[in-house]
Design a protein around this ligand. Structure first.
Ligand SMILES: C[S@@+](CC[C@H](N)C(=O)[O-])C[C@H]1O[C@@H](n2cnc3c(N)ncnc32)[C@H](O)[C@@H]1O
Length: 259
């Protein structure tokens, strides 16, 4: 097993997997996951809503917007309906690149590499703080002169500095052409979405787990889409994007097109 894996401290990818009902986690992840849930009981709903948003967003991009290439950064551990499964169900020859920097995700990457015979699925071990490396890996599989959907679901919250997070988005979106899309989800403390309860949970997380996390306001989240055209319904709780009747969770979701 990869010796970068630490089983003595909770890791986000594994705790997220625990909240989603997966089995790829250690006792320390379950203990921290349960503590966070005690502070913030809806965290499991947030995780499930985020995955359901992924399914709806990728479906719309593949079926409605003609997107054939996907760059999914901060992939997470394999679960049901990973990006390539959703996309290739609609477009069998879709090409997908997954990127994560967690060693446990790397050890499970082969479970992500079950491409349809017509399509391609690859995994790149890279840190989102280094978008040039992400793009270099992506360029080995994707044609960056053609539209790409760049997904960062629950990822920019691990880039603590908002200017740096904006810069990562700008670098990635500058490397792909008109007709490309940006797909983001991000936790918030926004009281309209019930996010206040997340304050204690995030403080606990930052003292006991890794990597550190931050929430962002609606305005900060909106700033990641500067220069892009938001698809309907704009910036909403990710649970309500494409499912307007659903109950809100404190996680923004949005999809935008590069003009
Ligand atoms: C909250 S999980 C979200 C997983 C998946 N995108 C989803 O929405 O279900 C965040 C993922 O981002 C990864 N991650 C965190 N910081 C990262 C970084 N700097 N570079 C690449 N991946 C990172 C974690 O390892 C984890 O797998």
């Amino acid at each position: 097993m990869n010796n970068r894996i630490r089983t003595d401290i909770a890791h986000n990818a594994r705790v997220w997997n625990y909240w989603l009902g997966g089995k790829d986690n250690y006792p320390v992840d379950r203990a921290v996951g349960d503590q966070v849930t005690s502070f913030y009981p809806s965290i499991g709903e947030v995780a499930r809503a985020d995955r359901a948003f992924l399914g709806r967003a990728v479906t719309r991009l593949a079926a409605g917007e003609g997107v054939r290439q996907f760059l999914d950064i901060g992939t997470g551990l394999p679960t049901a309906d990973n990006t390539h499964e959703v996309a290739q169900r609609i477009v069998p020859d879709a090409r997908i690149v997954y990127v994560d920097n967690d060693p446990i995700v790397l050890t499970h990457a082969r479970a992500l590499l079950t491409s349809s015979p017509e399509g391609v699925t690859e995994y790149v071990d890279a840190d989102a703080h280094d978008p040039e490396k992400v793009l270099a890996g992506a360029a080995e599989v994707l044609d960056l002169s053609r539209p790409v959907a760049v997904l960062m679901l629950g990822l920019l919250n691990f880039v603590m500095d908002t200017d740096e997070a904006r810069s990562i988005v700008r670098t990635l979106m500058a490397a792909v052409p008109s007709g490309s899309h940006l797909v983001l989800t991000h936790p918030t403390l926004d009281p309209e979405l019930g996010g206040e309860g997340n304050v204690a949970a995030m403080a606990f997380w930052n003292e006991n787990a890794t990597p550190p996390i931050t929430a962002r306001t609606r305005e900060e989240f909106a700033s990641f889409f500067d220069g892009l055209e938001l698809l309907d319904p704009g910036i909403v709780s990710c649970s309500r994007w494409g499912a307007p009747e659903a109950a809100a969770v404190a996680q923004f979701g949005a999809v935008a097109r590069k003009p």
